[in-house]
Design a protein around this ligand. Structure first.
Ligand code: FES
Ligand SMILES: [Fe+2]
Length: 419
């Protein structure tokens, strides 16, 4: 339970807010690489601010405030050139660093005058099928090369803009009991009512205990299910909330970074960034990279709750645009949520003292590997099929092909053990 002021401090993401200052220490995906290849400039709303993100003809990426410093037209309707973006209205040209390079109607404008005409710019770069942006203060940290973005496998990205604050989605990442209730008991109820088959991997998962371990990239969540022993991956390894806006989850050859970009206080861009890379699979050099919208709400405003992430989205959105943490009843089993809020409060304190918050990466690196169960819920290859059929991946254009990939890989692995 928080005061109204504490709740606002934790959830407001705009410029000049304490959490906004924390969140401006990280890189965020603002476009799919495919989008800027198809059309080289696009609007991106991030942390309550509007930007134009673009790819120059020379192939570098840039992100600038949407509003042109001249007289305020949108740079989203600019012309992309070799080395920058030219406003569509009167032709002022800006480099990727935001400098005003040229004023069309005043070719002899002085450098001194133009120095005053720069547009606010961040930094942008491409990694793993996404265009990432940093819009905080310099020096920019490294774009963390988490394993998901660099590993070899097929990339499958389901996405949706969810009309609620990003923090309640992050609290869900450290809330293991919801898997038992929402994806278990409630799913069974929906299956019973609709006549669908209950996916075996999700029914009957009863928790014996849970644990949360803060580490340098966030919080590792571990669970022991009834019937498992303490050597199970779910307990021994677990998987992390990746501070401040992701969760790394998966198992059995499916690797998924759940990305929740704070668009503004009441909207979150969710990307289920999945890599299919089961052991034993024959994955070609040329992998699939697909992105697609996921269905989560019907025209009449009711939620689509017959699959895993649809159930999560129902829970996130029905908590309200910004969850009411003043009138909630936090209890012992919410210990992960409490740990999560503490980490965010510590981050606000760190930033107020001029320090880097958790998971800001300054050192150049090839890859950052995070802990992740290999065998999820003690299940085998059927886990991947169950997840594809009963998760947001069912909307993927490559869903059936990926299912077959996991089945074939399981056969190949069996073949290997028989030999
Ligand atoms: S408003 Fe952009 S050049 Fe005039
Ligand atoms: Fe969930």
């Amino acid at each position: 339970m928080l005061t109204q002021e504490q709740n606002e401090a934790l959830t407001q993401v705009g410029p000049g807010t304490p959490m906004g200052a924390v969140l401006r220490n990280y890189w965020y995906p603002v476009a799919f690489t495919r989008e800027l290849d198809e059309f080289p400039v696009k609007r991106a709303r991030l942390l309550g601010e509007d930007f134009a993100v673009f790819k120059t003809r020379e192939g570098s990426y840039g992100i600038v405030a949407e509003r042109c410093p001249h007289r305020g037209a949108s740079l989203v309707y600019g012309i992309v050139e070799d080395d920058g973006l030219r406003c569509g209205y009167h032709g002022w040209k800006f480099g990727t660093g935001g400098d005003c390079l040229e004023i069309l109607a005043e070719p002899d404008s002085s450098e001194k005058f133009r120095a005053d005409c720069a547009v606010r710019a961040g930094e942008a770069q491409e990694l793993g099928g996404l265009v990432w942006a940093y819009v905080g203060e310099q020096p920019a940290p490294q774009l963390p090369r988490y394993e998901a973005y660099v590993m070899h496998g097929h990339r499958d990205m389901g996405h949706a803009v969810i009309p609620c604050n990003w923090l309640q989605i992050m609290e869900n990442a450290v809330d293991p009991y919801h898997v038992e209730a929402l994806h278990g008991n409630y799913f069974e109820f929906i299956a019973e009512q609709t006549g669908m088959a209950m996916p075996g991997s999700f029914g009957g998962n009863k928790h014996e205990k849970v644990a949360f371990d803060p580490f340098e990239h966030g919080i590792i969540k571990r669970r022991l299910l009834v019937g498992q022993d303490e050597n199970s991956d779910d307990w021994k390894i677990g998987h992390p909330l990746v501070f401040p806006y992701k969760m790394w989850v998966g198992g059995n050859g499916v690797y998924q970074m759940q990305i929740r970009v704070p668009v503004d206080d009441t909207h979150t861009q969710v990307i289920f960034y999945t890599v299919h890379a089961p052991d034993g699979a024959d994955i070609p050099d040329e992998v699939h990279t697909v992105d697609y919208p996921i269905d989560w709400i019907r025209d009449d405003g009711t939620f689509i709750v017959d699959y895993i992430e649809g159930q999560d989205i129902m829970a996130w959105v029905t908590q309200g645009e910004v969850a009411d943490r003043v009138n909630e009843k936090i209890t012992k089993s919410d210990v992960g949520v409490i740990a999560c809020r503490r980490m965010f409060r510590d981050a606000m304190d760190a930033v107020a003292e001029g320090k880097d918050p958790t998971a800001v990466v300054r050192e150049p690196h090839d890859v950052i590997k995070l802990p992740l169960e290999r065998s999820k819920f003690g299940r085998g290859a059927e886990f991947a099929s169950d997840w594809i059929d009963n998760g947001s991946m069912k909307f993927s254009p490559i869903a059936q092909e990926m299912k077959q990939l996991h089945i074939d890989a399981a056969h190949a692995r069996e073949g290997m053990t028989e030999r």
